[in-house]
Design a protein around this ligand. Structure first.
Ligand code: HAM
Length: 424
């Protein structure tokens, strides 16, 4: 075979969502969206690519996402573009651009659903294109908003039947107390025996060092100053209120003073949903407050909070818990015409059924009766309409119940109403 006739494959780190898996994927997205709609979040869609600077400024110059994982390119017109690695910066950009924060009530509550792109090392649960449903509440500083979002995500996971997940909660402080802590942590890290890369990270983004998974690093981190001990009164009181609201709502969480997120924009409340059946890629969702992001991308002060839930990993979490969601049947009715005239008539019937809201399909490609009946069985339909030219000459078709095999003649002119009644 010559090389240009070789079959193509999906690019590394990407995969196809095939019809057999699609109902679960769609159900997960819907389960994430439903609580948001009930809580007054409006749907927004932004482009999959943006000015690269939006992400380098928004997500943070020192993050892995910006330094190593961005799908960046120059367009034919010379613009520097990146595929979005996440949704928050784009949604805030769109909010500012459309002045949503000026025309309506604050917070502006928005939700979105879409693919994100990160050039990460692919493995199970970690892809280069993955899917998130996200929510952002923009322009209000209120612990009730932070709690609301965590509760909505908890509701969403529970509505899918998931139970083996935990909520990790932390506060990262604000622009008043975090710098003091940052300096103290850097002092501590400078006294350790760290490799050059880690030492560099300690200078740029010392909090990320706390997240280092290597045992030798973790061993040295015992006794490191912790952010909880440095929180200012304002941050402490705020965090306490978030905790109280969650407790009052019956949402269990674990305080995790070491929780740092992979994006730089967070202030105060940060949280992650982790699933215990997923191995190393255990975070099924995460988010937090980002009070300074608007100003970082050229907007006014707009304290905000949000999250994004990972669709791909949630599907894996459902598998891990052995949960299968009810997949709706693909079609209700399958037409098997025997002969040319029957074909024209039944094609018309199928069109009419579809227009009246009944899912219907027909055998294609001029199959013989045996292959056609096999196709009907495989389609998962409940009813088959079988008609030959002789039936039609008498104004009839045969209606076959595919679950029992029973077959009865039905007059063509009452076929659609009969089927609609039977399917009700
Ligand atoms: P994030 O923690 O980077 O946050 O991503 C949220 C979720 O997306 C993760 O918990 C995970 O389930 C999923 N995810 C991330 N990377 C991958 C990947 N490579 N493959 C599969 N799934 C992945 C954000 O993106 C923030 N924008 C969340 C946010 C919204 N914060 C405030 N508002």
């Amino acid at each position: 075979m010559s090389s240009n006739s070789q079959a193509f494959q999906a690019i590394k780190g990407t995969y196809d969502i095939l019809p057999a898996d699609a109902p679960t994927v769609l159900a997960v997205r819907e389960a994430f969206a439903a609580p948001l709609r009930r809580a007054g979040y409006g749907y927004i869609e932004t482009p999959v690519f943006e000015d690269i600077n939006l992400f380098s400024r928004g997500v943070g110059e020192s993050t892995d996402i910006v330094t190593k994982e961005m799908f960046a390119f120059t367009t034919l017109g010379g613009e520097r573009i990146a595929l979005r690695p996440e949704g928050t910066a784009s949604v805030l950009r769109a909010t500012l651009e459309a002045n949503l924060h000026r025309v309506g009530n604050l917070p502006v509550k928005l939700w979105y659903s879409g693919s994100q792109y990160r050039y990460e090392k692919p493995q199970k649960g970690r892809y280069r294109q993955f899917w998130q449903v996200g929510a952002e509440a923009i322009g209000a500083e209120d612990p009730a908003l932070d709690a609301e979002l965590i509760i909505l995500a908890d509701d969403a996971y529970r509505s899918l039947g998931l139970r083996n997940f935990r909520i990790l909660l932390n506060s990262l402080g604000d622009r008043e107390c975090r710098p003091v802590y940052r300096a103290a942590l850097q002092d501590f890290l400078r006294g350790l025996d760290l490799d050059e890369d880690t030492r560099r990270r300690a200078e740029i983004n010392p909090l990320r060092v706390l997240d280092d998974k290597r045992p030798d690093v973790q061993a040295q981190l015992v006794g490191a100053p912790m952010l909880v001990d440095y929180l200012c009164e304002g941050c402490k009181a705020y965090h306490e209120q978030v905790r109280e609201l969650l407790t009052a709502a019956g949402v269990a969480f674990e305080d995790d003073p070491k929780l740092v997120r992979g994006l730089d924009y967070y202030t105060r409340t940060t949280f992650e949903f982790v699933h215990d059946g997923l191995g190393s890629q255990s975070a099924v969702g995460g988010g937090g407050r980002y009070d300074g992001l608007s100003e970082m991308i050229g907007g006014p002060a707009l304290p905000s909070v949000g999250w994004a839930l990972g669709v791909d990993r949630t599907v894996l979490a459902l598998e891990a818990e052995g949960i299968t969601l009810d997949a709706p049947a693909t079609t209700d009715v399958f037409a098997v015409p025997l002969g040319e005239q029957a074909r024209r008539v039944l094609f018309g019937t199928v069109t009419q059924l579809r227009r009246e809201g009944v899912s219907a399909d027909i055998v294609y490609g001029g199959k013989g009766i045996k292959a056609a009946m096999k196709a009907a069985d495989r389609s998962g339909a409940r009813w088959a309409i079988v008609a030959g030219d002789r039936d039609l000459a008498e104004g009839n078709v045969q209606l076959k119940d595919l679950s029992t095999g029973d077959q009865t003649p039905v007059a063509l002119d009452v076929l659609v109403t009969t089927l609609k009644e039977k399917l009700q």
